[in-house]
Design a protein around this ligand. Structure first.
Ligand code: CA
Length: 169
């Protein structure tokens, strides 16, 4: 998926009823065609990340933003997987650095534990994308509270619940 025309065709095929918007179940089935199987909760989070008008569905413009993110994540994955179809945890760490996320050990291993379904230290593309969706959502949420860009936020319990509920996949 590269050119705007190809992306438009893809979008219109998924939006078969021509509503101008794609729903989470529609996006889920469309991604499954490309061999990417995501739980609905992950797909919902993908939509939420770029749901600029907050209507719960994905317009073409929002889809372009999501696609850009997914392309970036997939390209980093391809660079590191070397034909095996998965990344080791060390490679996931390297991949996250390439994507601009530098996590410390407790954060990194906890995130890996949630997304490495087989628990064998082999992270496949769908798991890696889910992991990146989570980390990016957490980053967006953090930044929305870190208004003075100090790299540190102070939250009361309600704000903490709000953040975790928004990032939960
Ligand atoms: Ca929307």
């Amino acid at each position: 998926m590269e050119s705007a025309v190809v992306l438009r065709e893809w979008f219109d095929r998924v939006d078969a009823a021509r509503t101008g918007n794609i729903t989470a179940p529609q996006l889920q089935s469309a991604l499954a065609v490309g061999n990417l199987d995501f739980p609905l909760s992950v797909v919902q989070q993908m939509i939420r990340m770029y749901d600029f008008d907050r209507n719960g569905t994905m317009s073409f413009e929002e889809f372009l933003a999501l696609n850009k993110f997914l392309q970036k994540v997939q390209s980093v994955f391809s660079t590191l997987e070397r034909g095996r179809g998965f990344l080791s945890l060390e490679e996931v760490y390297e991949a996250l650095i390439k994507l601009g996320f530098s996590l410390d050990s407790p954060a990194f291993y906890t995130v890996c534990e949630s997304f490495d379904k087989s628990k064998k230290g082999m992270v496949h593309l769908d798991e890696f994308i889910s992991l990146c969706i989570f980390v990016q959502s957490a980053r967006n949420m953090f930044n929305s509270f870190d208004t003075s860009k100090q790299g540190r936020v102070s939250l009361d319990f309600n704000q903490f619940v709000y953040c975790t509920a928004n990032c939960r996949i």
